[in-house]
Design a protein around this ligand. Structure first.
Ligand SMILES: [Zn+2]
Length: 402
């Protein structure tokens, strides 16, 4: 009896492997005929036919007409259908919750952005759960039934364990989010750091660039970063890697609330930039800027018009960021650095000076193959989360667990 159960599980495993193998061939090499799939994979025509029928039934494949005959009947060509399945993708930070459904190529549909309105801790978690319920219902109404759910979180996340170790903005500590949500929804769940997801999107959705080592740096109210090393997200031993904002650029700088001295975030984040300008105004620095009307767009305008305080403070900030990034270039030798953010980095003066500094300061060999660009993938957070779930969807089973 035991043997019989094992052999039935074994048969299922083999069929499942064949199904996935044919699906991957369709996705990567289609349009393709059944005979060509058989030739490419070494699977028998009967086995290919069985797998293809299952894929047609599940709408992951479609027949798209006839190909060229190699003698005999002209073969029917098959194509992968990316809309045969979907991923529910969400991104949560202290300000907002974004969600969409993504097809198997990363095309987003039903996109929604909801402000978090100060929800923290338990309340933020409850809001996430209720939004997933609502999103699944809305998707079902459009006849979309996501195969899995991916969630990008602003905070320190252990991807392998699906745990949020720490999120300052959401006030979460050691939250076993994946286990909790898998129990609640009975679906496969992926939890990833939002910056790592965006870094992954910049790698995956730029088909013209085959980038293996990439740094993604977000300059906004705070500093965020994600890193791809050798094609994979790099998260260190527990998910805490690349806390770029808390690397020091000044041995004699002020003590940061993290315990370190002269942390990058205190010089580069837009919050810090505005604080420094406000302090200088109070000390009587010559400027057309007014403390009461101090915003990032106002500073950007002042920078363009050559306002001395704006020029000096932004230059210091760019220099600090250049030092921080140069350290990463010399350590990791990436081929692409993506600078993201809607504020200061959109100023050409800021971006060009940053690039010039880095190329002047980095080791020549470390920067020899380096490109620095602004972010190029729209909705990178949602798409990166989806990309990780999509990758898992197509992953071939490696071990027999039955
Ligand atoms: Zn710090």
């Amino acid at each position: 009896m035991k043997n019989k159960a094992w052999s039935s599980a074994n048969l299922e495993f083999v069929q499942w492997s064949n199904y996935l193998l044919v699906l991957n061939i369709l996705r990567n090499q289609g349009p393709i005929s059944r005979a060509e799939i058989s030739k490419t994979t070494g699977l028998s025509p009967t086995t290919v036919s069985y797998a293809v029928n299952s894929l047609l039934e599940n709408q992951l494949a479609k027949e798209i007409g006839v190909g060229v005959s190699s003698g005999g009947k002209r073969p029917i060509l098959l194509e992968f259908n990316p809309k045969g399945s979907y991923i529910l993708t969400l991104v949560l930070n202290e300000f907002k919750l974004l969600w969409a459904v993504s097809d198997l190529q990363g095309e987003l549909e039903l996109l929604e952005e909801i402000p978090l309105q100060g929800r923290k801790g338990e309340e933020a978690l409850d809001f996430l759960v209720r939004t997933i319920e609502r999103a699944l219902a809305q998707a079902a109404a459009a006849n979309i039934h996501p195969a899995s759910i991916g969630i990008g979180i602003s905070g320190i996340v252990n991807f392998k364990k699906g745990e949020v170790l720490y999120s300052a903005g959401l006030q979460w500590n050691n939250l076993e989010l994946r286990a909790m949500l898998e129990q609640q929804f009975g679906q496969e769940i992926f939890v990833v750091n939002d910056m790592n997801a965006a870094a992954y999107a910049e790698k995956v959705f730029q088909p013209d660039l085959k980038v293996a080592n990439l740094l993604y740096i977000m300059v906004g109210q705070k500093i965020g970063a994600g890193m791809i090393i050798d094609h994979r997200i790099f998260e260190g031993c527990n998910g805490s890697a690349v806390e770029f904002g808390h690397t020091s650029v000044n041995l004699h700088g002020p003590r940061c609330n993290c315990g370190n001295y002269g942390c990058l975030t205190e010089y580069v984040s837009e919050d810090a930039l505005l604080r420094r300008i406000a302090a200088a105004i109070r000390q009587g620095a010559p400027t057309a800027l007014e403390e009461e009307a101090l915003t990032v767009p106002a500073v950007a305008r002042a920078l363009r018009s050559g306002d001395p305080l704006a020029v000096q403070t932004v230059r210091e900030s760019v220099f600090a960021l250049s030092v921080g990034i140069t350290n990463l270039v010399n350590l990791f030798n990436p081929e692409l650095i993506v600078i993201a953010g809607d504020g200061m980095v959109q100023c050409d003066e800021y971006f060009q000076e940053l690039k010039t500094n880095i190329f002047n300061m980095a080791l020549k060999t470390a920067a020899r193959d380096l490109a620095i660009s602004r972010h190029r993938v729209p909705r990178a957070f949602l798409k990166g989360v989806a990309a990780l779930a999509i990758e898992a969807y197509f992953e071939m089973p490696r071990v027999m667990t039955a």
